[in-house]
Design a protein around this ligand. Structure first.
Ligand code: PEP
Length: 252
């Protein structure tokens, strides 16, 4: 059966010392974490190797927030999937709405990144989500469908089985406004059905679909209780070790 996963996206937050302190706090709390939940932290690139070293004897996994759309070479400032693999990171967030919006990452670029991440044996967390206008206009199903199809359905079955999907309605990210558990469940089931039509029931039932958008200790239980919600991608609340721990322990 599919895994429960809680992944923290630290975004462009923390100084180096703050990152170390947060990681060490998480490590000290690890024995209180739900053992059936995969815990991932995605710090800023610069701190990745340090966190991997801190967590070397821990079950906490480390991911990154982005990777390049080229394999290697003259791409100033970029970090490739091969480099990420070479320091033993495990996960890569692809297509976060902030990357789509501020860095013009379209489906084609994201699909290229996804392929490179998989080629390098890393596990992608592929994000989709509609804007507020899409939801208000009732277009959210169409938006999600096209992001899923154009971003991921070029993969073969074996590749697809290795990805994690995160549904993050853009209007709920960092706004304090969450999708209701019912809204999350409705879209998660919609995504799972799309996957089932393309890749079959078995793959669809084994893919973890995370919800992201203002998940906090006080709402995580209700959201995670939904059948097709397999955990969360957490922004703000991942910057506080105790809040993150409470979210990790929010599965029934
Ligand atoms: C995110 O960055 O993916 C996110 C969901 O942020 P927040 O939890 O702060 O809304």
């Amino acid at each position: 059966m599919r895994k429960n996963i809680v992944a923290g996206n630290w975004k462009m937050n923390t100084s180096f010392n703050e990152a170390i302190e947060l990681a060490e706090n998480l490590k000290s709390l690890e024995n209180t974490f739900d053992k059936n939940t995969e815990v991932i932290v995605c710090p800023p690139f610069l701190y990745t190797k340090t966190l991997i070293d801190i967590f070397y004897d821990s079950s906490i996994k480390v991911g990154v927030q982005n990777s390049a759309s080229n394999e290697e070479g003259a791409y100033t400032g970029e970090v490739s999937a091969k480099m990420i693999k070479s320091i033993n990171a495990d996960y890569v967030i692809i297509g976060h709405s902030e990357r789509r919006e501020y860095y013009c990452e379209n489906d084609e670029i994201l699909n290229t990144k996804l392929n490179l991440v998989l080629k390098n044996n890393l596990k992608p967390i592929f994000c989709v989500g509609e804007q507020l206008e899409d939801r208000k206009a009732g277009n959210h199903f169409d938006v999600i469908k096209s992001q899923i199809i154009n971003g991921t359905f070029g993969l073969d079955k074996e590749q697809f089985a290795n990805i994690i999907i995160a549904y993050e309605p853009v209007w709920a990210i960092g706004t304090g406004e969450t999708a209701s558990p019912e809204q999350a469940q409705e879209i998660h089931l919609f995504i799972r059905n799309l996957i089932s039509e393309k890749y079959g029931n078995n793959i669809a039932n084994n893919i973890s679909i995370l919800y992201g958008g203002s998940v906090k200790p006080n709402n995580a239980k209700e959201i995670f209780s939904k059948t097709d919600v397999d955990g969360g991608l957490i922004g703000g609340a991942a910057l506080n070790a105790n809040d993150f721990k409470e979210i990790i322990n929010s599965f029934n």
